[in-house]
Design a protein around this ligand. Structure first.
Ligand code: PLP
Length: 410
């Protein structure tokens, strides 16, 4: 939905330069049609299997983005009380909310129990006991899936794998059956599922197949013990194209899953984040200065690592394109931000059209873990966010002011 018409980059029916001129930069631009297209790819891909797609709010927790999915009937995957608050405001039905995370507080559990969420994804036996007590105090039963660490390699960046035995997530496969036995004895726990999430930005089907095999094996071992589950939650993790990756589609996954799930009464849950929002957002920034040091050429832009941390955090690649194609000279440059850190860059040694001072650049595939990970580091007010729908656009988060920087300080 971000396409070039002539020299100009468009977000659906709106010229990106118009948005930048009206709203200033740095600016996150989202395409509503792309959000819907991504969600519907899951819905149609898995149409033949009973399923629920729960948007992982942590990838992009803007209310308008979340509401787009809530309106389609999606569920939500949350990892904090704050995300529960957002999910409810965005209009998700509590009956479609799952609560993940290794460190839920009793306060957060209470909030979620009182709202009647669909499921807690519990990550340790101590957490299970805390949840049992908290539910008991409220005279409620907590619906639970235990999160297993399936020890499956996700073939992705080591900072974003979560399903190997090195990681803090979940209950080790070797202990999971005992954990279910413990859980079934707890009065205020209602066992309804099993969950795992093996990592993020996974770009082939194979890790998901290995993962499904491990999970179905566990489901069978549990039913042999008389523990029958309603659902199997396969987490998120489906990758997108940042550079030259060719990730599978949800339909590709479904094709691999269908034969293995035949004849089972299990409902599948998914918790996609990046896949739903990643390619539906760009970060627009303006070139402030260029400088040649003799060794390198730097393009200094007005967005920084506080706006988009992925390159600094994961050495992530983001395509950078001119918003308006002017000259045709190409150069090898580093695109860097104004923050006082060497890690504050968006591209290194990138061969790209050499921009003029004042040109706008679009950093692509920035819809996931972009604004959501932003900070005010260096006392930089956070960027504005705008949603485009056809020829219409609306600001869905206004640019922060200087007063916003000091709110609550004394
Ligand atoms: C981060 C996370 C997700 C979403 O991951 P994506 O790679 O963005 O799809 C889903 N579930 C859990 C438990 C997570 O931690």
């Amino acid at each position: 939905m971000f396409i070039r018409r002539g020299k100009s980059l468009y977000a659906e029916g709106v010229a990106v330069s118009t948005l930048a001129e009206n709203l200033g930069t740095p600016l996150y631009v989202y395409s509503e049609s792309q959000l819907l297209k991504n969600y519907r790819a899951y819905e149609t891909g898995f149409a033949r299997l009973p399923h629920l797609v729960c948007f992982a709010l942590k990838a992009n927790s803007n209310l308008a983005v979340a509401r787009t999915f809530a309106r389609e009937g999606a569920g939500a995957d949350i990892v904090s009380g704050g995300e529960l608050y957002r999910a409810l405001l965005a209009g998700f039905s509590p009956a479609k909310i799952v609560f993940s995370g290794v460190g839920k507080t009793r306060e957060e559990m209470k909030f979620a129990l009182n709202k009647g969420i669909y499921c807690f994804n519990v990550e340790s036996v101590e957490e299970l006991q805390a949840l049992n007590q908290t539910a008991g105090n409220l005279k409620k039963k907590a619906p639970v899936a235990l999160r297993v660490n399936p020890d499956v390699q996700a073939d992705t960046h080591h900072h974003i794998t979560t399903g190997t035995k090195e990681n803090k997530f979940g209950i080790p496969k070797s202990q999971i059956l005992d954990a279910y036995e413990t859980a079934r004895k707890l009065k205020n726990i209602n066992l309804i599922g099993i969950q795992a999430h093996i990592g993020s930005q996974i770009t082939s089907v194979a890790p998901f197949e290995r993962f499904l095999n491990v999970m179905l094996d566990l489901v069978d071992q549990l039913s042999a013990r008389g523990i029958y589950l309603d659902h199997l939650d396969m987490g998120g993790g489906l990758g997108i194209t940042y550079h030259k990756e060719t990730p599978p589609t949800p339909a590709d996954l479904a094709r691999a899953f269908e034969p293995r799930l035949k004849g089972r009464a299990l409902k599948l849950l998914f918790e996609p984040g990046r896949f739903l929002v990643g390619n539906a957002g760009i970060l627009v920034t303006q070139v402030l200065y260029r400088k040649r040091t003799g060794h390198k050429t730097f393009v200094v832009v007005d967005a920084g690592m506080n706006d988009l941390a992925r390159p600094a955090l994961y050495d992530a690649y983001h395509e950078i394109v001119p918003v308006s194609k002017n000259g045709s000279v190409r150069e090898t440059v580093d695109v860097v931000g104004p923050v006082c850190e060497s890690g504050d860059y968006f591209a290194k040694a990138r061969h790209m059209p050499y921009p003029e001072q004042g040109d706008y650049l679009a950093i692509q595939s920035a819809g996931a873990y972009g604004f959501a990970m932003s900070s005010q580091y260096n006392s930089r007010p956070r960027a504005a966010e705008v949603m485009v729908s056809g020829k219409a656009w609306r600001v869905v988060r206004k640019r922060e002011s200087l007063e916003d920087l000091i709110r609550g300080e004394k």
